[in-house]
Design a protein around this ligand. Structure first.
Ligand code: DP6
Length: 359
């Protein structure tokens, strides 16, 4: 839909630099299953995070014939594997940004969360890169004067790199994927959903508890693919449709018990889908379950509204409203830290979305 043969340099080919900071996000209703090209099989909704982000700068200049097009540095070190992936991504954008083949790039990325923390950086990384490409377009060709148009295109492009990345383009809460019902949301890009969200949810904390920092054995790409043959997938896709509608109601009225119910059920369902795939696999670790048990007990005995979600890995995202944060911090120190890898915690919270580095 964004194909545009006019985005090509006719006379001189410019050089320049652009940069964006873009956050990671954590899904409450999970995207799990997709069809070509990067279209989700069920809708999802996430909290945009604040402190877990990627900063990416893109330097570009005219490419000579046959020259290597992308040099990629991660945390200051050249990374050829990622460089090749980005090059392949750029080639796939040929009809959207024909000018990409006229340029060579030096891209530098760094994450605030350690690469070895077992936290996926694809959402923040791909959204930051997509924003940089849109900035190059805007600077040299114009045409995206409205902020909405700019971010929608960036979200569309981020989705092509990694599905969940399209939800990192906006602050607060962001949905992605068609819903057969009342909320405005699309398969093609993320849509911010904060108008009807109770303010308590927009200041939520997410303490990311690192149970295991090793790279996971089964990638999300493979996991999505296994949903095509999972015997429970059709029911799961229906359930996600109904959960996102339920969650939107809950967010509006601020019903914390229902919020907890939907969020935890979604996390466990995601992992149940992995366990019921063929081949089956398991990404939770014993300490993931130890922590979950403690959260259930703590919530039951204190009535404090704290809950968990998981992404496709063993680490726990502990979610709670700001007003109970001092009690929850004591709970983490006293009962949960012992289960963590090197006592590692990333203290995050709901954030406001990407920032231009104005280079
Ligand atoms: C479990 O967005 O990483 O985090 O589109 O193949 O890049 P690709 O997958 P990815 O999948 C994320 C899955 C999830 C749930 C979610 O974020 O909604």
């Amino acid at each position: 839909m964004y194909n545009n043969p006019n985005l090509i340099f006719e006379q001189s080919i410019p050089q320049g630099k652009t940069g964006w900071r873009s956050p990671s996000n954590i899904a409450l209703v999970k995207y799990w299953g997709k069809k070509a090209v990067q279209i989700p099989l069920n809708p999802s909704i996430s909290f945009t995070l604040s402190k877990s982000y990627t900063e990416t700068t893109v330097e570009y200049s005219p490419a000579a014939e046959g020259e290597s097009a992308v040099q990629f540095f991660l945390e200051g070190e050249i990374n050829e594997q990622f460089g090749e992936k980005i090059h392949a991504y750029f080639k796939g954008l040929d009809t959207i940004f024909p000018f990409l083949k006229q340029l060579k790039f030096t891209i530098r990325s760094s994450n605030t969360f350690p690469h070895s923390a077992g936290i996926a950086s694809s959402a923040s990384g791909m959204s930051a890169l997509a924003l940089c490409l849109c900035s190059i377009e805007q600077k040299h060709f114009g045409g995206m004067e409205s902020k909405e148009a700019f971010f929608q295109k960036a979200s569309y492009l981020a989705r092509l790199g990694s599905g969940s990345a399209c939800r990192s383009l906006y602050g607060g809460m962001v949905s992605w994927g068609k819903v057969d019902g009342r909320i405005e949301t699309s398969d093609l890009w993320g849509t911010q959903q904060i108008k009807n969200v109770h303010p308590d949810f927009l200041t939520f904390n997410d303490s990311i508890l690192i149970v295991d920092a090793a790279q996971k054995k089964v990638s999300s790409r493979i996991g999505h693919g296994l949903m095509n043959s999972n015997p429970f997938s059709a029911e799961r896709f229906k359930q996600a449709q109904s959960n996102i509608l339920r969650l939107m109601d809950v967010l509006k009225i601020g019903d914390m018990d229902e919020f907890i119910n939907i969020t935890e059920s979604e996390a466990l369902t995601l992992h149940a889908m992995m366990m019921t795939s063929n081949p089956y696999y398991l990404l939770m670790k014993p300490n993931t379950l130890n922590i979950i048990e403690r959260i259930f007990d703590f919530r039951e005995s204190t009535g404090i509204p704290v809950c968990f979600t998981l992404d496709a890995g063993p680490n726990i995202h502990l979610l709670y409203p700001e007003k109970v944060s001092s009690e929850v911090k004591v709970f983490i120190d006293d009962e949960l830290k012992t289960f963590l890898h090197q006592s590692r915690i990333i203290e995050d919270r709901v954030g406001n979305g990407p920032e231009n580095l104005n280079l």
